[in-house]
Design a protein around this ligand. Structure first.
Ligand code: N01
Length: 488
């Protein structure tokens, strides 16, 4: 182990950048591996038309670099991308990052992590930190005939910007946040759009006003910015209800349900269409897409909703489940991500040759979202059971990285690698599994659901997420002895 820990971070998205910044500030030796040519991760790869962040953007910033220049309450994706680049530049992170450097494998040998990139280079670290995210690997469905399609087809996170949509008929498959935003934008631009809706989703209609020049001025003054943020937080509770409605049944959940039904009634005058757009699944079991205008756009003459499962795909279009053919020039697969890939397909091998795939056979899990048994000195950010639905990512990272910094100080002080024990990890996972059935997340299959049928999500409050890290709980960890030569 070197005098100051050498730490290899995998990924330069929001998590990797934030960790790199905090670790660098603490004097650690940091190298970041990033397969893309710039920072941003999800916000670099997703750049479809209409992309906006769906949390109030002032709560989507790092506390260490506040911004007063967002154009809208829910800022366009391009502004988030620019913010992350600016964070990396202003915090001096670019020199730490090896771009175009994809990690193929990481293995624990003789008390260090060996990180091997796809170009065959090997790098050695005391600690590995995996910040690869969970919305990274596109999920493409297998639909009969899809390879015969002669138009242009792509996943929402691989947008073909060379394509002109003028005069083209576009089919969008999927009603998650991506599909809703894409259909709204293309529809508003007047394109001919067919939206394939296999399962209607609950959609929150939220206006997205511009932030005026006066507000931007106020946001430069910390006391006034604090007032603005408090006002927004209150507004959020008013429109979204208290965070606990998802976590336990009761009147708040019933009230939320009624609010959504009222909005459907207001937005969709045609009862037949309203019936088709009213979800059968319980509110909140899937992550709720937000949009100022999706329902209104869907009722425009240039936008056609098609309900039910797809039939098959032919060379010039999609045949729906009732046998009707929809002739198309373009198909956008807004079909989501393999959210449980996490650091895979990287090959990760921990102590005694145990691999990540062996550890996660059947189900993904973690210790407090950040650690794994048998993986000494390997830490995850936004790992399994992180509060990815309820807490804005920067706030989640503040909790996680704060805890990891304290753990790293112990590792450096004692010069001993550590990993959570299997027993402590099982206790943590059991607490989560016990609580999940009360939450809305457990009420349907969604992208949190793993192969064993468990929703991999934080089922407690935001405050409890922070509080779980109050104590280091070193008893939950075991040490991994260094080889004799490393001790000399
Ligand atoms: O993906 P999803 P997403 N035939 O998994 C449908 C974040 N995000 O990319 O419900 C027909 O939610 C599937 O249908 P069904 C956010 O966390 C954030 O939209 O399985 N349809 C579903 O409708 C979000 O939750 C932002 O019946 C098929 C859709 O594809 C997460 O990313 C913006 C199908 C997948 O929905 C993922 O959202 C965008 C098939 N064979 C995303 N296969 C912002 O904050 C799948 N579907 C900006």
């Amino acid at each position: 182990m070197s005098a100051r820990l050498r730490i290899g971070i995998i990924g330069a998205g929001m998590a990797g950048l934030y960790a790199a910044y905090r670790l660098k500030e603490s004097g650690y030796e940091v190298v970041v591996f990033e397969k893309n040519s710039d920072v941003g991760g999800t916000w670099l790869q997703n750049d479809y038309p209409g992309l906006h962040v769906d949390v109030i953007t002032r709560s989507y910033e790092f506390a260490e670099m506040r911004s007063s220049t967002w154009s809208k309450r829910y800022a366009p994706g391009v502004e988030i991308g620019a913010y992350l680049k600016s964070f990396a530049r202003r915090k001096g992170l670019y020199p730490l990052i090896r771009f175009g450097s994809e990690v193929a494998e990481a293995s624990w040998h003789d008390g260090v992590w060996q990180i091997v990139t796809t170009d065959g280079e090997t790098h050695v670290f005391d600690v590995a930190m995996v910040a690869t995210g969970f919305l990274r690997v596109p999920k493409m469905p297998r639909i009969e005939g899809m390879d015969d399609f002669r138009g242009t087809a792509f996943h929402s996170s691989r947008w073909d910007h060379s394509l002109s949509f003028t005069g083209k008929r576009v089919g969008v498959i999927g009603t998650g946040s991506s599909g809703i935003q894409i259909v709204s934008e293309l529809g508003k631009r007047g394109h001919d759009v067919v939206h394939f809706i296999r399962t209607p989703q609950w959609i929150q209609i939220k206006e997205n006003p511009s932030i005026s020049w006066l507000e931007k001025l106020l946001l430069r003054i910390p006391a006034l910015a604090k007032y603005w943020d408090t006002r927004m937080a209150r507004l959020r509770v008013k429109t979204d209800g208290p965070e606990t409605w998802r976590l336990e049944p009761g009147p708040d959940r019933d009230a939320a349900n009624q609010r959504f039904l009222d909005v459907l009634e207001q937005e969709i005058p045609d009862p037949a269409l309203r019936r088709k757009l009213t979800p059968a699944e319980p509110l909140g079991c899937k992550r709720i897409p937000k949009s100022p205008d999706y329902y209104r756009v869907l009722q425009r003459p240039n936008v056609q909703p098609v309900f039910g499962p797809l039939g098959h795909i032919e060379h010039d279009g999609v045949v729906d489940g009732t046998g009707v053919k929809h002739t198309l020039d373009v198909i956008v697969f807004a079909t989501g991500f393999d959210t449980h890939a996490y650091m895979r397909p990287m090959r990760i091998t921990g102590a005694n040759g145990v691999t990540l795939d062996e550890l996660w056979q059947g189900a993904v899990f973690s210790y407090r979202g950040v650690g794994l048994p048998q993986m000494p000195n390997l830490f995850l950010l936004n790992g399994p059971f992180a509060p990815i639905n309820s807490l804005a990512i920067p706030l989640c990272l503040r909790d996680e990285v704060g805890y990891l910094l304290r753990l790293l100080a112990v590792i450096e002080r004692d010069r001993t690698p550590i990993a959570p024990t299997r027993a402590a990890t099982d206790r943590f996972v059991d607490t989560i599994r016990e609580k999940l059935p009360q939450t809305t997340y457990s009420l349907c299959d969604n992208w949190y659901t793993d192969a064993s049928g468990t929703q991999v999500i934080w089922p407690f409050t935001r405050a409890e997420h922070g509080r779980q890290y109050d104590e280091l709980n070193l008893d939950d960890f075991e040490t991994f002895g260094l080889p004799v030569e490393a001790l000399s």
